[in-house]
Design a protein around this ligand. Structure first.
Ligand SMILES: Nc1ncnc2c1ncn2[C@@H]1O[C@H](COP(=O)(O)OP(=O)(O)OP(=O)(O)O)[C@@H](O)[C@H]1O
Ligand SMILES: Nc1ncnc2c1ncn2[C@@H]1O[C@H](COP(=O)(O)OP(=O)(O)OP(=O)(O)O)[C@@H](O)[C@H]1O
Ligand SMILES: [Mg+2]
Ligand SMILES: [Mg+2]
Lengths: 267, 267
């Protein structure tokens, strides 16, 4: 059965794209067929995977405007086991164009219903907002992973994020669950960082007895250390595994991906 | 004459709030009366300055809904020479509520017209978007400063940002100019970072002969190094100058502020 995972956080610049692309590449290299869906008009996942959003014929935008037309001719083969449904800048117009449609939250979900079966993983890279594009990701997904930085200001937005997930489970997608948090750009040496992580883990622990979509959420390990190589590889259209396979960024994401695969295979 | 400066970048998490708050505190400590206007529903500038957005009576939201009511009773005195017009989370609703008004871009500008005279500096902390709240900041401002990280993906959004500024000068605010770029969370040791900065400086240099609002824009110095103390002090509601006055983050922002003051005083 396909695992459909939305990487979301309305806070900007926290590592959503880097985590989506790098986990996808790690799953692909472990032999699991994976589709990346770029839901951000900035098209950073698309760029990171070496595809020029300005040069493509079609994108997830076309899928949102006409879900019945499916994924045909819109998916790029990036590497063995790794496909991409790219974004383009006109995706920003999609939010306005589908805003009045009664099925505006379900379009991506409807479009993927037939096509996702051929993949073991579908990862949705969400934009930094709680608008229609992110909602389409949340309605199409079964799980949510929250990339974030262990900073005080980053913690402030988590409540609102979880509320949005809860609202989606109460209205359109009752099966949605929050799997966990990925700590990105992590500074292992700072006391403050450790305190923020402790706060986060304490919060998640006290939610375990409640009937909430994040009752089983936890901080996924390892944290991803800050590593400049991760900021460099997008400029070459490569993932860290091709650009700098021995860098700490590669080791951390590989270990994170393998831990997730072990856990999922065991279920 | 008051200097009205919008700190803007639609990319999230690039240092807009940290730069707005810390430059404002530096100007205040240099004896210049400064107002911070928090235009972000996340209210991070408000939190950073030690004000609880959930506990305040009124905010910039009320000003946007009724510009004629001005700033009375809404401005907090934070420190000598440092005032704050705070944000609240219901500010997100403002974009929808004023969306149809013919003066929707000018509301903040209209409201500040009388009140800004008592300040030497008014700094607008913009949200990570090019929506109505940011537009209100751009219409109320005379100058734009762009905080950004010297990363490849960060460079991708600069074109769109400048286009938005140009559009504003062509329609509502012909006097708006881009003063420059502040390099935040800067990694001085990375070759990649240096290449991105060189690309940026080359781009700005070739714009000098054109009739564009960024023809005099430059990379402001020094760059602000990554310093965990800057991520810690918001959790105490303090600026870096109170929290860790000898930290590199304090030294960098102080030097940047002093350079800007020298330059402006010389004009
Ligand atoms: N572990 C890391 N170490 C160093 N740089 C990183 C790391 N993770 C991400 N980056 C860089 O930080 C910036 C922000 O990361 P990224 O684009 O993945 O965040 P995002 O949450 O997707 O941002 P947005 O909200 O704009 O979509 C990018 O320039 C990226 O290359
Ligand atoms: N020089 C720095 N060194 C270390 N951490 C920093 C630095 N500057 C900012 N930060 C931290 O990085 C995070 C993002 O910074 P900040 O909130 O200022 O960005 P922003 O552009 O205002 O974000 P948003 O788009 O969400 O408004 C915050 O947790 C902040 O405390
Ligand atoms: Mg992204
Ligand atoms: Mg901010």
């Amino acid at each position: 059965p396909t695992r459909l995972i939305a990487l979301m956080n309305q806070k900007g610049g926290v590592g959503k794209t880097t985590t989506t692309v790098t986990l996808a590449a790690a799953y692909a290299r472990a032999g699991r067929s994976t589709l990346v869906v770029d839901l951000d008009p900035q098209a950073h996942a698309t760029l990171h995977l070496g595809v020029d959003p300005a040069a493509i014929e079609a994108s997830v935008y076309d899928v949102l405007l006409d879900p019945a037309s499916g994924l045909e001719g819109r998916v790029h083969s990036i590497a063995p086991n790794l496909d991409l449904l790219p974004a383009q800048t006109d995706l920003a117009a999609a939010e306005v164009e589908i805003a009045q449609a009664p099925d505006r939250n379900r379009r991506l979900s409807d479009a993927l219903a037939a096509a996702s079966g051929k993949y073991e993983f579908v990862l949705f890279d969400c934009p930094p907002s709680l608008g229609l594009l992110t909602l389409n990701g949340l309605v199409a997904a079964r799980e949510v992973i929250i990339p974030m930085q262990a900073h005080f200001l980053a913690l402030q937005g988590v409540g609102k994020l979880l509320e949005t997930v809860r609202l989606v489970t109460q209205t359109v997608n009752p099966k949605l669950r929050v799997t966990g948090v990925v700590l990105c750009m992590h500074d292992t040496s700072s006391t403050h960082t450790q305190e923020v992580v402790a706060d986060l883990e304490a919060f998640l622990a006290e939610q375990r007895t409640l009937d909430v979509p994040w009752k089983h959420a936890r901080v996924l390990r390892p944290a991803i250390r800050r590593n400049i190589k991760l900021a460099e590889c997008p400029s070459f259209g490569q993932t860290i595994f091709d650009y700098a396979p021995t860098a700490p960024g590669a080791a951390d994401y590989k270990a994170l991906a393998e831990g997730m695969l072990r856990e999922w295979d065991a279920m």
